[in-house]
Design a protein around this ligand. Structure first.
Ligand code: PMP
Length: 410
């Protein structure tokens, strides 16, 4: 059993001064009571909650931690920059180094601009596409997550119809529905925005088919619209050059964040020359967008990803996890659906529409030292070694046993 008295007391204090105790996706309200809300420390692929319980991490801060918590090269670069300056009256010289590195690393990129959060980047992409085309309609896949402002947030609280007046929805990977949406937009089509692959919460992940990706590119070319790939979640975990690079499809604009600086706050928009002029005209900025520390961290992160086999390693560890999970589940006569890229695992139980098996599994795995998510995709990092995956599997065994016991009892 987890000890959680410090977490409990922090939560009750938080209830008084923070609406609902915690906002957004990191609220444990979505995870169940077993989960700790507050953390004390993290290192490599481990994290410790405020009560001192240790977990092998499978969320990696929901994506940002790609090399492992406190990666020495990244923290060293950040510390050296912090000693020189962070928030100044303009960017540090590191901005140019980072921009050159991004343009060298991402084949579709002729230029780059930096922000702080993924939402800043996706929203800037949409604004840029409209500025560059002089049009209004933006095609968005049903259920895709692009951020937390009125045009894209999943909650409609506080959102007006006008905020979304120029969005048209289609189904991911469905060429016909994409074509119908393009027809509906007619000559007012500014952009098609797509996530790197389908990673909507609570459903099987789906890689884009080559046919879908190519058709999206072709339709944008035919209509003079912008193809935007939202690589905020998958960027730097699938392919350093962008997640659609293996498909041979290059976007006009791409949004990046999460893994770009291994946990330091940074986002980016990369674009082609076609949108360079539009990018000089839109007014996008923020008080902290020039922070030099995050940029120095990003240079170190991207160079480390480039110079090591980090992505291949994450994929291998993800495959080790997937194979192990499958074997354990079948030993308990349980059927799993494990989908998407192995390094971004989505684990769902067959016959579990309200995620009750998932909740039971996760609570038990958590008590045994592995931090799973019941219905969101998870993230491996370069710091996960085979022994860590085996440690996760040992915790998972307890989770499967709990689910099997419940099934036998019920
Ligand atoms: N796009 C995608 C695909 C995301 O996964 C996220 C974050 N989960 C965002 C955009 C928004 O990023 P942020 O939360 O940093 O604003």
């Amino acid at each position: 059993k987890l000890i959680n008295s410090i977490d409990r007391s922090l939560r009750s204090r938080a209830e008084q001064v923070i609406p609902g105790g915690m906002w957004g996706h990191m609220s444990t309200r979505y995870l169940g009571d077993a989960y700790p809300q507050f953390f004390a420390r993290s290192e490599g692929c481990r994290l410790w909650d405020v009560d001192g319980n240790e977990y092998v991490d499978l969320m990696c801060s929901w994506g940002p931690i790609v090399l492992g918590h406190h990666h020495p090269a990244v923290e060293d670069a950040a510390r050296r920059q912090r000693e020189r300056g962070d928030s100044m009256n303009g960017p540090g010289d590191v901005l140019v180094e980072l921009a050159e590195l991004m343009v060298d690393t991402v084949p579709h990129a002729d230029w780059v601009m930096f922000q702080k959060n993924g939402t800043d980047a996706t929203t800037a992409c949409v604004t840029l596409a409209r500025a560059g085309t002089g049009r209004r309609k933006v095609l968005v896949a049903r259920g895709s997550y692009h951020g937390a402002v009125p045009w894209c947030t999943p909650s409609l609280a506080g959102v007006t119809t006008e905020d979304r007046a120029h969005l048209i929805h289609f189904d991911y990977n469905d060429v016909q529905s994409l074509e119908e949406a393009v027809d509906q937009a007619g000559s007012d089509l500014a952009a098609i925005i797509v996530t790197a692959f389908r990673h909507d919460i609570g459903r099987d992940q789906e890689m884009p088919t080559a046919g879908f990706a190519q058709r999206a590119r072709q339709l944008c070319d035919l209509q003079g619209a912008a193809l935007i790939v939202d690589d905020v979640r998958a960027g730097f975990r699938i392919d350093l050059g962008g997640s659609w690079e293996p498909l041979g499809v290059r976007p006009d604009l791409s949004a990046w964040s999460k893994a770009i600086a291994n946990g330091h706050p940074l986002a980016a928009v990369t674009g082609s020359d076609r949108f360079r002029e539009a990018a000089t005209k839109v007014y996008v900025t923020g008080s902290f967008w020039c922070g030099a520390v995050a940029m120095a961290a990003a240079v170190a992160t991207i160079k480390t990803l480039r110079d090591t086999q980090a992505i291949a390693h994450m994929r291998d560890m993800g495959q080790r996890l997937r194979t192990g999970m499958e074997a354990l589940a079948s030993r308990h006569d349980l059927k799993l659906r494990q989908t998407g890229p192995a390094q971004m695992p989505m684990v769902l139980f067959e016959g579990d529409p309200s995620f009750e098996k998932a909740a039971l599994f996760c609570a038990s795995a958590l008590r045994n030292g592995a931090y799973f998510h019941p219905k969101h995709n998870m993230f491996l990092s370069a710091a996960h070694a085979p022994a860590d995956v085996d440690r996760i599997l040992a915790a998972a065994e307890a989770g499967f046993a709990a689910v099997a016991r419940e099934a036998a009892a019920g």
